[in-house]
Design a protein. Structure first.
Length: 181
């Protein structure tokens, strides 16, 4: 075998290895993927079902803080949920959500606590776009008639992972949402 050919083969192998090693440390998102043949928009454009929630849902946060400054106390407990985000390539967005929760209101005195189990379905349309060099997603719900107390006006999510089969987003409050499709 020609010594020059052997040297070229080793140099090519070293170059491929160096490229692979450097690419593994350059992922845009904390949990990857390191490399994808699909664009970020193509990976995001899908129906995503919420599989895991670390923290609280925005609707429940709004309900649980509505008694601040008042003379009564309330407690909200999430019983069940089904949430789907649909991102379309053209920038359209749809949120479909079903929440079942227990709402307890304690007026104090002789009344005692009042408890009710409620079901809430939310369907919202909006527009999405990448921001912060495609490290975040901004969702604008301005075209809806009802904004649910302001919690669905605009939302920004930090992208933790954007793969073809898994999406992990972090809310502005640090809660983490894991979706699959």
């Amino acid at each position: 075998m020609n010594p020059n050919h052997k040297l070229k083969s080793r140099m090519i192998m070293a170059l491929v290895l160096a490229t692979a090693l450097s690419a593994s440390s350059c992922s845009k998102y904390e949990e990857g993927p390191v490399f994808s043949l699909k664009s970020k928009t193509k990976r995001l454009a899908s129906d995503w079902d919420l599989e895991e929630l670390k923290g609280e849902l925005p609707l429940l946060k709004a309900l649980s803080t509505m008694d601040e400054g008042l003379e009564y106390q309330s407690e909200v407990t999430l019983l069940d949920y089904d949430i789907e985000f649909e991102f379309q390539e053209d920038g359209d967005f749809e949120l479909d959500a079903y929440y079942a929760f227990r709402f307890t209101l304690d007026l104090g005195g002789d009344w005692g606590p009042i408890t009710s189990e409620l079901i809430r379905e939310v369907q919202l349309d909006g527009e999405w776009e990448f921001s912060s060099d495609k490290e975040e997603i901004d969702i604008d719900f301005e075209r809806n008639d009802y904004d649910y107390g302001g919690i669905f006006k605009e939302r920004t999510y930090k992208i933790i992972k954007l793969a073809t089969d898994e999406l992990i987003l972090e809310t502005e409050d640090g809660d983490e949402l894991t979706f699959d499709n």
